[in-house]
Design a protein around this ligand. Sequence first.
Ligand code: C2R
Length: 184
Amino acid sequence: MTAAASARWRVLILLGSESDLPQIESGVELLRALAIPFRATVASAHRSPERVRQLVMEAEQGGAQVIIAVAGLAAHLAGAVAAQTILPVIGVPAAGSLMGGLDALLSTVQMPRDIPVATVAVGPTGGYNAAVLAAQILALSDKRLENELRERRGAQAQAVEGAARRVEERLAQHSPGAAPHTSP
Ligand code: C2R
């Protein structure tokens, strides 16, 4: 793909391996739901460093605004990407290896000064939050997206209110003497 063609997408997602796909699937769904154009592909700093370099260059030249890198084990991908660009880089440590992904978490988060990687939670929760964070970065200059994210926050708060009511009612039934807490 040429740099010009890459201008269609605003987020580049790099997976260190095809086996990392489950880590980012929910994040990809969110980007779709928010109508954020993205490109997702596989590239490894260890196994295909030249491909990583090429993709980062295309992202920069094509106007992408955020790069998400997903990797497990000795997860150097996000750091290697961050070394080549001043675009914000979000690192998703893949779950499932040493101590559930602690190896990937530390490899991703412990970047030296001046080359940050915004590291999210290990595994699919991190993959989802990477998409949320990317959307929030894009929303700084995109009113439609900003409004959409604010609406989602409102819906989440309402869902918590509903959950609080259900839990309070259920627990009040189990202990008839206790007066249910009433929300303000
Ligand atoms: P395979 O399943 O392909 O053997 O990969 C991948 O992200 C994956 O989680 C096993 C794990 O190796 C990781 N990997 C990295 C990098 N490239 C692949 N951490 C990298 O460049 O950092």
